[in-house]
Write a protein that binds this ligand. Structure first.
Ligand code: HAX
Length: 426
């Protein structure tokens, strides 16, 4: 496969990244940037600064910032423009976007063995299992794996990794749409054209009604908003650990997406809409605020979490929630489900504050995303995390290529035993 416009661009950026890293390490190698207390060691390493991620940061009081730009400033971008920005730190020009589109179009083919594998998985497989199985199988296609086995200079690791990244970005929505059509009996697969943007093409491949282009616009927004969330979240971190072993990008992203499939992480979006629909079913339609309040308490008193609320880092309403809600306020005026999501937003933070456990009573993006997918025809909730995955692959891959470019080592923090803590904590 010929190198792409992104290879050219990123090749120009790499020397600067390496120089910056060398300079920082030589000037500050021993400078302390974080400490770890017993609470953090037992508590999922919350707040421990021990990873480098340049694609984006999540500020507790602001939410997602991609390459210095708040996510709400990027809502009109295309997913491929976001990948460019995540990777290079710069915005792509119009000409570069045109070239990138052509480069992606050359890579849209999904090998036939992937479709055979997916067909063999039957009607009970979770769509996330199907997606990550497909990506794992596609490791056969890895340019990185092939070139590494021939003997690749460490300085060039990023180059075939970027080939793999582009191949995954060019195919993941086609695979995801294939999973949808096979798993839910939606008929034959639709061939990708590679002519339109990822969001519009994904809607077409899924076979959803275009609603005068609105569905494509929603998908484009969804894919941009979910693309990256710094390096410490469970899926990005998992992908990073796998890739730090020099496993190929297909295996690394598949592993990261397996972490996204947990209900406290990406799977929360399927649980959120279930919770909303359960509320509506229980109260026979759009519930009142009092009914939502009662149901929220019933959920909490049963020892369960309210899906879509709370966050490990955020301490304000997630701006990605705000962006999707704004879209809904404009286009989903007639949707009872969306109006219920709004009422929940007006009610649940007070309940969580009263409950007193969650450090953040505000909604995260998952509290609203399912209601939009549902409105535009994706009624199968257990598919929602697959849509999330199509987007999040962008961030994982940008992080992976950057790490390969600067030669990040295999990750290996030190664990200690409970006995060690008992003996040393005093
Ligand atoms: N409902 C009820 N209780 C909640 C809660 C919620 N929405 N959010 C947090 N809590 C509870 C926690 O379970 C924890 O209880 P215990 O002390 O009994 O263990 C306590 O409040 C403190 O938790 P925290 O420090 O505020 O939050 P964590 O960093 O531990 O967890 C979670 C962050 C997102 C996992 C958590 O808020 C949660 O479970 N939320 C609901 C599920 C959800 O929306 N997940 C999606 C998050 C976004 C994401 O990653 N998407 O991919």
């Amino acid at each position: 496969m010929p190198a792409s416009v992104l290879h050219e661009k990123f090749g120009e950026v790499v020397p600067r990244l390496r120089a910056e890293r060398t300079e920082l390490l030589s000037a500050h190698a021993d400078t302390q940037i974080s400490t770890v207390n017993v609470q953090q060691a037992f508590g999922g390493a919350r707040g421990v600064k021990m990873l480098i991620c340049d694609t984006s940061v999540v500020e507790g009081d602001q939410g997602l910032i991609i390459r210095g730009r708040p996510i709400l400033d990027l809502v009109d971008k295309l997913p491929m423009e976001i990948f460019w920005l995540l990777l290079t730190g710069e915005e792509a020009s119009e000409a570069e976007v045109t070239e990138l589109r052509k480069d992606l179009r050359k890579r849209i083919e999904v090998p036939n063995y992937v479709w055979k594998l997916l067909k063999s998985m039957g009607k009970k497989a979770h769509p996330m299992t199907m997606l990550t199985a497909a990506l794992t199988a596609m490791s056969n296609e890895s340019a990185f794996r092939a070139r590494y086995s021939e003997g690749l200079d460490k300085a060039d690791f990023w180059d075939p990794s970027l080939d793999d990244a582009l191949r995954i970005i060019a195919t993941i929505h086609t695979i995801a749409a294939g999973v949808y059509r096979m798993r839910y009996g939606k008929g034959d697969l639709v061939d990708p054209s590679g002519k339109t943007d990822m969001g519009a093409e994904f809607i077409k491949l899924l076979g959803l009604p275009p609603k005068k282009g609105e569905a494509a616009r929603m998908m484009q927004l969804y894919l941009v908003l979910h693309s990256d969330h710094e390096g410490g979240n469970a899926s990005a971190h998992t992908a990073h650990i796998i890739s730090s072993t020099l496993a190929d990008p297909f295996l690394s992203v598949a592993g990261g997406l397996n972490a996204l499939a947990g209900p406290l992480h990406g799977l929360a979006n399927q649980e959120c809409l279930s919770w909303i629909l359960d509320t509506m079913e229980k109260f026979g339609g759009r519930p009142s605020q009092q009914q939502i309040r009662d149901y929220a308490w019933e959920t909490l008193n049963a020892g369960q979490v309210i899906p879509g609320y709370g966050h490990a880092v955020l301490r304000v309403t997630d701006p990605r929630f705000t962006a999707l809600r704004n879209f809904g306020l404009e286009h989903l005026k007639t949707s009872d489900v969306f109006q219920t999501v709004n009422l929940v937003y007006e009610t649940v933070p007070d309940v969580l504050r009263e409950h007193g456990k969650a450090k953040n009573p505000w909604p995260n993006v998952d509290a609203v995303s399912g209601s939009l997918l549902h409105y535009y025809g994706l009624k199968e909730f257990d598919y929602y995390t697959v849509v999330f995955s199509v987007s999040r692959a962008l961030g994982m891959l940008a992080q992976l290529v950057l790490n390969r470019a600067v030669g990040s080592p295999i990750e290996r923090p030190k664990s200690v035993s409970t006995e060690w803590v008992r003996n040393n904590a005093g």
